[in-house]
Design a protein around this ligand. Structure first.
Ligand code: HEM
Length: 186
């Protein structure tokens, strides 16, 4: 669409490059941190890891649970377009509101035992891709990438050992891992 779409012809070179940067950055930081964060939580739950290895039909729900667990984008800040009374709190037009997806993903009224990591969890969709008109454009692509990556990883490496705790990114926006040592056993 960016190359051939009628609208994209009206983009200035800067708009075009900015859009490419947006797609590259939003698709990269998020997906790779879901991979490392997901591997780390699996290593801390070896019984779940073994179950996933034995039953590949769980990959889909396991991807969704890792997205919920990791919540790669911790929050987004939006500006209220109109006033609203929300759960007893008055939000006025123009107020800046922070949506903590990481908190919503651990809402006890939505998820049973939200602080437990369960690869077969099949409850309401997590909030890691946001919601509303800004819902992540790449959500389906990211889910597909994560699914294929895990199928191939498990096919190639019967054992993936995490050798120590991750070195975490210092950020309240991206839930990121800077490095995680692993041993891949063939
Ligand atoms: C695990 C992977 C990903 C996560 C967790 C993620 C998360 C998010 C979140 C939280 C938002 C904001 C939603 C909101 O404000 O309601 C967003 C928007 C966006 N994402 Fe993703 N994303 C992922 C992968 C991708 C990929 C692969 C692409 C593109 C190749 C992408 C492109 C975008 C774009 C362009 C937006 C802005 C949409 C808009 O403002 O209308 N994302 N994403």
């Amino acid at each position: 669409m960016l190359v051939h779409g009628a609208e994209s012809r009206q983009l200035t070179p800067l708009d075009y490059v900015s859009t490419m940067a947006l797609l590259t950055i939003s698709g990269n930081d998020t997906t790779r941190n879901t991979i490392t964060g997901g591997l780390y939580v699996l290593s801390q739950n070896p019984a779940q890891f073994a179950r996933l290895r034995a039953d590949r039909s769980l990959i889909k729900t396991a991807v969704s649970e890792r997205l919920r667990w990791v919540t790669p984008v911790l929050h987004i800040r939006r500006t209220a377009k109109r006033g609203i009374l929300f759960q007893g709190k008055q939000i006025r037009e123009g107020d800046r509101v922070v949506l903590w997806y990481v908190s919503g993903n651990r809402d006890e009224s939505v998820y049973s035992a939200p602080k437990t990591f369960r690869i077969d969890r099949n409850e309401r969709r997590h909030l890691s891709f946001g919601s509303g008109i800004h819902f992540c454009v790449g959500a389906r692509l990211a889910e597909m990438q994560l699914q294929i990556l895990w199928e191939e990883l498990l096919n190639r490496f019967p054992l993936i050992e995490v050798l120590g705790p991750p070195l975490r990114l210092r950020s309240n926006f991206i839930h990121g891992i800077k490095s995680l040592s692993v041993r891949l056993c063939v």
